[in-house]
Design a protein. Sequence first.
Length: 254
Amino acid sequence: MTANALARPAAATAQVASDCVPPLTVRALLIDLDGTLLESGPDLARAMNRTLAEQGLGELHLPQVVSFIGRGLAHLLSQSLQVALGRTPAQVEVDALLPRFEAHYEDLLGFDSPPYPGVVEGLGVLREAGFALACVTNKHERFTLPLLAKTGLAPFFDLVVSGDTCARKKPHPDMLLHACMHFGVTPAEALMVGDSSNDVEAARAAGCPVWCLPYGYNEGGPGVPPAADRLIGSMLELPALLALAGRDRAMGKP
């Protein structure tokens, strides 16, 4: 069965079973951005080091910067400053430098933030199949929308939920629940796809199933969060799993 055979007028639905969780029905996919769709660390590190250099501070290595990705730019700046200064920065120091960091990042958007292998192909199959797709990221809208456009990912998404769309960011459930309400699906029908414990905690709080990719950043943690329902190898593997489940259902298999 091809991906088109899964299509429905509103949104495709696929039943998925795994060894560790009960079968689930997927109608919408809520997908993280940094570390899941895009390898955005190089641009963020370059913007961070420009900001630090203006203050006469030494550069940070890429692994140091990407270990702080996941909770927004202010958190990334605060953690990076702590390393560069050798002490915890005062909030007033973070607030003073945040506009400079944001300006540098805005200048670099899409310069070196390529999609991970399989992302474009995987999103294309999901889109063709008719699944409702949302990008759910803690990155603010002023950065998210241009970045999706510059990397060619914007046309795949029916909805973008950014860090300033709701009152609270991930790991709070607000952003995921907002997407569910927009699509008219229950949280149990919305599969969260991400790379970090941040995504897992948000999904658990919202009542969504959650699958994770083995790459990405996970806020400096060791690989994929162990609490995820399933580990998938790439975004291209995701539609293959959903299509397989749809084929088995059509053939009467459990």
